[in-house]
Write a protein that binds this ligand. Structure first.
Ligand code: 5AD
Ligand code: SF4
Length: 469
């Protein structure tokens, strides 16, 4: 297993401290410390990476600011999964030009999946002269050196490394300490034909179970009430490594940590879901009874061209097993609409699958060709008006199904973690429980970070309502 060697990490941390000392010498401490602002696009893995970027920024003596205009260090953590995500990054970075004009001492760095593609790093180099550096997904630990160089007026840097290692020992600033991300592995070996991830996050690397467990213990000690284990494909945890521990066993060991917390994991690949994992979900009280199992399509033909390595029949067998072992399990999935060559019949197959499974919620996406992936070159690319129409039909259909599924909770007593002030109604709190959907309820914001017992009183397609018992 390739780990970034300890010396490299220690050197970077030392560089970060030297940057901080420079600010101290200039009297830039406390509320006079320069601001940093991290912008995150994309998945939970990126959220977790951004918490490390924030950790490094604070070690460098920066203090968090909400307003990007006040930040003298701006780090953008990008996503490449669909064109839409990339467009938003270009647009937001475009807005930083005026910040740099007003404050030329602002350091701007762009990291993440998008700039781990050479053509995107090149674009930032050529068309965004006020961007100081880009850093690939395997180079987060180099950010202190990149920032120090930028502060010293050295040349801009747009390098992509080709080694993806596991880097332990970076500081972390967690956005929501009560609900924590915990990366158990990085990268992906699957090469689904539409997906850019294997090209920008390298091959699968599993963290040592001892490192994961130590972090989990620390999280629980620090008050985490919900821990989500992260990996592009958590079901293959440990397969690349020389230790003997799979995801089911890792989950069991984390559940054995004393304390009141819930455990989640994502993302699972249907070809790798083991009976043991289902058993663990059924047996361990701490594991939330929510299984996210991306199916992508309900057509065997499309699944084959997606290189997903399972059939609809095989997928449904897993779903049946799950429903048998974990009664009332909440199921969610990802669907791609308009994959090259998708016929009306293929699409109807997906609709049929939605009907058959009864998901609490789906994440559906219109297929977006990604440069460098096999599907981008496939014949039969679907016109946007056809995929748009299918997408709308599917959303409408699933909304009705979701509402029907949510209704089973009405009248029930559930335990949820009060997570945040509701985004849509600041007078309410939003909580999360075993169900896939959030629950809104009236409550004191002081409850945030604690478990509360609710009676569910109403539901819609997207959320539930409850009251504290
Ligand atoms: N186009 C559209 N959706 C995609 N996803 C991954 N790649 C693409 C793409 N090129 C979706 C898949 C995956 C989710 C995270 O994003 O459904 O499960
Ligand atoms: Fe992409 Fe497939 Fe890997 Fe998921 S499993 S990250 S969809 S290649």
């Amino acid at each position: 297993m390739i780990h970034t060697d300890e010396k490299t990490v220690l050197n970077e941390l030392e560089t970060a401290r030297r940057v901080a000392e420079g600010f101290v010498r200039e009297g830039k401490v406390g509320d006079k410390a320069p601001g940093y602002h991290v912008v995150t696009f994309g998945c939970q893995q990126n959220e977790a990476d951004s918490e490390r970027l924030a950790g490094l920024a604070e070690l460098m003596g920066y203090r968090h600011v909400d307003d990007v205009n006040e930040a003298r260090l701006i780090l953008v953590n990008t996503c490449a999964i669909r064109e839409h995500a990339e467009k938003r990054v270009f647009s937001i970075v475009g807005e930083y030009k005026h910040i740099k004009n007003l404050h030329p001492d602002t350091v701007i760095g762009i990291g993440g999946c998008m700039v781990t593609q050479a053509h995107r790093a090149e674009k930032f180099k050529l068309s965004y002269p006020y961007v100081n550096f880009t850093f690939d997904t395997g180079s987060i630990h180099h950010v202190p050196t990149l920032v120090a160089n930028a502060l010293a007026g050295k040349k801009r840097s747009f390098v992509i490394g080709d080694e993806y290692a596991i880097t332990e020992g970076l500081p972390t600033v967690r956005k929501t300490p009560h609900s924590a991300w915990l990366s158990v592995m990085y990268g992906c070996n699957n090469f689904c034909s539409y997906c850019i991830v294997p090209y920008v996050r390298g091959r699968e690397r599993s963290r040592d179970p001892e490192d994961v467990l130590a972090e989990a213990r620390e999280l629980v000690k620090g008050g985490a009430k919900e821990i989500t284990l992260l990996g592009q494909n958590v079901n293959s945890y440990g397969r690349d490594a020389d230790f003997d521990c799979d995801i089911a066993s890792l989950i069991r060991q984390i559940c054995a940590i004393e304390g009141d917390f819930k455990l989640r994991f994502m993302t699972s690949h249907p070809k790798d879901v083991s009976d043991e994992l289902i058993e663990v979900m059924a047996a361990e009280e701490k594991v939330a009874k929510h299984f996210h199992l991306p199916v992508q399509s309900g057509s065997d033909d499309v699944l084959r061209r997606m290189n997903r390595k399972y059939t609809v029949g095989h997928y449904l067998e897993i779903i049946d097993k799950l429903k048998n072992k974990v009664p009332d399990v909440s199921l969610t999935t990802d669907i791609i609409v308009g994959f090259p060559g998708e016929t009306d019949e293929d699409f109807e197959g997906t609709m049929e699958l939605l009907r058959r499974v009864g998901y609490d919620m789906i994440f559906s996406f219109i297929y977006s060709p990604r440069i460098g992936t096999p599907a981008a070159k496939m014949e039969g690319q679907i016109p946007p008006e056809v995929s748009g129409e299918r997408f709308r039909r599917m959303t409408e259909f699933q909304d009705a199904l979701s509402e029907e599924r949510n209704r089973r909770f009405v009248g029930r007593h559930v335990r949820v973690l009060a997570d945040e002030i509701s985004k849509t109604n600041p007078g309410m709190l939003t909580g999360r429980g075993d169900m896939a959907r959030p629950v809104h309820f009236a409550g004191d914001p002081a409850l945030i970070g604690q478990f509360v017992e609710l009676e569910i009183t109403a539901c819609g397609s997207y959320s539930l309502e409850g009251k504290i018992i």
